[in-house]
Design a protein around this ligand. Structure first.
Ligand SMILES: NC(=O)c1ccc[n+]([C@@H]2O[C@H](COP(=O)([O-])OP(=O)(O)OC[C@H]3O[C@@H](n4cnc5c(N)ncnc54)[C@H](OP(=O)(O)O)[C@@H]3O)[C@@H](O)[C@H]2O)c1
Length: 334
């Protein structure tokens, strides 16, 4: 094997508030020669995700913090360049958690073979990957069914746009909010949402009262904060909440106090369930069959915002907190 030089992104310092480029360094490293039971992979696409912000903080959480000076990690799709493990051969497409770098060497058990027939391969980071699965899990978590009125925040993002389309396929009335007119148009025209509104042009509760005067049955929470508060007011008796994310608070140095109207949980007998997609890995086959089937049949769109080059990966990540993506934010590396 000729020596491979690979660029990678390392955490230089822990961000305070919204991350800046100064929190990261782009480094170059030489890969070691391949040993038995190792596979060399060239990444084609890597994912940037809001949850990575939490891993940049110090302290205990549901997943260990990124270490200072070390290469970041995250979802990626790549192709096998060389293999000394019988499970993989050159040209195989694989997913891994070795994002934020151009090349890497891994053990076969850290790689997952995916079909090259599904294109673009970046779909394995979006609709057919972690974010698509999160959308699917959310709907299953609170048994979303035909006739439900569901409101999804962060609707034009990776999770939200798939959740809305899957809810439509289940026969729901789907309402979404997102942060620009272009996103609202995308939700209505490409994703088939019944109603979409821009949360930046007026208070969410006022817009929900207009768009869903009889209330909502389900709230799919991707953002938390004031939007969560508005949804608590709009939910009907026995309403259900999918607690998926709270991006509005990810850059806060201190957590903000909870919703002022939490008492709705009692008076309306609401149910709120926390979602952790990795708890559902044993259902991945079922997810791939159902959602992959929709995708292959052209019933599900996987909109992406593609940023090119590892040197742009940090910008792509920061862009998530500025709403710069429609659909899944991915970085094309090759
Ligand atoms: N629980 C789990 O297992 C799990 C798994 C995956 C993701 N998640 C969570 O699901 C949520 C969506 O993730 P994603 O990957 O689909 O990201 P995404 O929605 O594709 O990207 C982030 C979007 O969040 C919105 N946003 C940014 N700052 C905001 C703020 N202060 N207030 C309101 N909206 C803001 C932006 O859209 P606008 O222009 O519309 O503001 C931005 O495009 C995140 O909270 C994430 O942490 C949870």
């Amino acid at each position: 094997m000729t020596k491979i030089s690979s660029r990678e992104i390392r955490l230089a310092s822990r961000p305070k508030g919204i991350p800046t480029e100064a929190n990261f360094t782009l480094a170059r490293t030489e890969l070691e020669a391949l040993q038995d039971q190792q596979v060399l992979v060239r990444n084609l696409y890597m994912s940037v995700d809001p949850y990575m912000r939490g891993r940049m903080n110090e302290g205990k959480s549901y997943v260990a913090p990124f270490e200072l000076g070390k290469t970041l990690e995250g979802g990626a799709v790549g192709e096998v360049v060389e293999s000394r493990a019988r499970e993989f051969k050159p040209g195989d497409a694989v997913t891994s958690n070795y994002g934020w770098r151009e090349y890497f060497i891994a053990a076969p058990q850290d790689l997952r073979l995916v079909s090259r027939e599904v294109q673009p391969l970046s779909v394995y980071l979006g609709a057919l990957g972690m974010t698509g699965m999160t959308a699917w899990v959310g709907l299953n978590l609170v048994e979303v069914k035909t006739g439900d009125v569901i409101y999804i925040s962060g609707a034009a993002g990776a999770v939200g746009s798939v959740a809305g389309q899957l809810a439509k396929l289940r026969g729901c009335r789907v309402i979404g909010s997102a942060g620009s007119g272009e996103k609202v148009q995308f939700l209505r025209e490409e994703c088939g949402f019944d109603i979409a509104f821009d949360y930046k042009i007026g208070p969410v509760i006022e817009q929900l009262n207009v768009e869903a005067p009889d209330g909502i049955d389900v709230y799919f929470d991707n953002v938390g904060g004031e939007t969560f508060e508005a949804a608590l007011s709009a939910l009907r008796v026995h309403g259900r909440i999918i607690a998926c994310g709270g991006i509005s608070g990810y850059n806060e140095e201190k957590p903000r106090p909870g919703p002022s109207n939490l008492f709705n949980m009692i008076t309306k007998r609401l149910t709120m369930k926390g979602l952790m997609v990795r708890d559902w890995l044993d259902r991945q086959g079922e997810f791939e069959k159902e959602v992959g089937g929709y995708y292959r049949a052209g019933k599900l769109k996987n909109r992406e915002t593609v940023v090119k080059g590892i040197d742009m990966a940090v910008n792509a990540f920061i862009g998530l907190f500025r709403g710069q993506n429609i659909g899944k934010m991915v970085v094309e590396l090759a």
